[in-house]
Design a protein around this ligand. Structure first.
Ligand SMILES: Cc1cc2nc3c(=O)[nH]c(=O)nc-3n(C[C@H](O)[C@H](O)[C@H](O)COP(=O)(O)OP(=O)(O)OC[C@H]3O[C@@H](n4cnc5c(N)ncnc54)[C@H](O)[C@@H]3O)c2cc1C
Length: 288
């Protein structure tokens, strides 16, 4: 029985593992290798990692965690998590794992608009977040693809960065074609529009079924409700990263740095929870 099972090996789960390792808690982190930013070549807006490949950030994080021998990383997929006694059992394709507490860091999946060529450009020339991928398009044409209340706001945000901001409705564009220095947005009527990059606003959903399996309280965004310290509606389940946010926000602030910070908060809450249990039970609070 481990102190904690962390599901997810993105920034949230990896930081939770580091925090638990530093507090000498036994933890297993399970990672199925499906990251939200898996097509991204360069991540930005993360102090000390600006411009680094997400893959390299994960490799460096794993190197940091390797220094802490109470934490184990496993490449596996969790199919189901259920409560068992005073803890949980997770069924994985590499066998069951038992733990007293859980950190959910399984992230979200983006459902991209159904435009041919868009998926191939996603994370490269096409993105959702101007903070992450706007600056690289400076002084060139930037396209906003799709409609919605975010369009005026994104136009205003990108105005100081691009030479011009072009807005195209989803119905207008028949194909996104990657070129040497950007994209061509082919239109049903008229000439294609050349742009250095494109921002669009995909719908998102939970990447894993565990919030539902555990009956966690959810928010209108479809994310897990947590408090500021990553506590879910279940006292033994903590969550951090894109899959969860506090109810004061309309949706998660999806960023690597904030996901890592949320993973740290969730792990710190978990450590406090286990310490609180030890104090309450009058059990051993000294070294194992
Ligand atoms: C196109 C794009 C570009 C982006 N660019 C930037 C950027 O430049 N800068 C920035 O700060 N942010 C960027 N982001 C946002 C950033 O990638 C996310 O906020 C961040 O990855 C969220 O981290 P996470 O740990 O919550 O989830 P993820 O990184 O998505 O990790 C989820 C983890 O859960 C695991 N998992 C899921 N289900 C299971 C299961 N059943 N069993 C086992 N493991 C499971 C996955 O394998 C993975 O390890 C970008 C996002 C996108 C989509």
């Amino acid at each position: 029985m481990h102190d904690a099972l962390i599901i997810g090996g993105g920034p949230a789960g990896l930081q939770a593992a580091l925090t638990l390792g530093r507090m000498h808690r036994t933890a297993v982190l399970v990672d199925s290798g499906r990251y939200r930013n898996s097509t991204v070549e360069h991540a930005h807006n993360f102090l000390t990692h600006d411009g680094r490949a997400p893959e390299e950030i994960r490799r460096l994080a794993r190197e940091d965690i390797a220094a802490y021998d109470t934490v184990e990383l496993r490449e596996a997929t969790v199919a189901e998590v259920r409560e068992e006694g005073e803890g949980f059992v997770a069924e994985t394709d590499a066998g069951p794992i038992r733990a007293k507490t859980l950190v959910l860091a399984t992230g979200l999946v983006d459902d991209l608009p159904d435009v041919p060529g868009l998926a191939e450009a996603w994370g490269r020339e096409v993105a959702a977040c101007p903070f992450c991928h706007g600056h690289e398009l400076a002084g060139r044409t930037i396209a906003l693809l799709g409609d919605g209340p975010h369009v005026p706001m994104q136009t205003a945000m990108l105005a100081p960065i691009g030479s011009e901001i072009v807005h195209l409705g989803l119905d207008e564009v028949t194909k996104v074609e990657r070129t040497e220095d950007g994209v061509l947005l082919h239109r049903a009527d008229g000439e294609p529009v050349a742009a250095a990059g494109v921002f669009t606003h995909p719908a998102f959903r939970q990447a894993a079924p565990f919030p539902e399996q555990l009956g966690l309280a959810m928010l209108p965004s479809g994310c897990v409700r947590i408090d500021a310290l990553g506590q879910t509606s279940h006292p033994r389940v903590f969550a951090g990263g894109d899959l969860a946010h506090v109810e004061q926000l309309p949706m998660p602030m999806a960023s690597l740095l904030l996901a890592a910070a949320a993973g740290q908060a969730a792990a710190a809450s978990l450590v406090r929870f286990l310490a609180g249990e030890a104090v309450a039970s009058g059990g051993p609070v000294g070294p194992r």
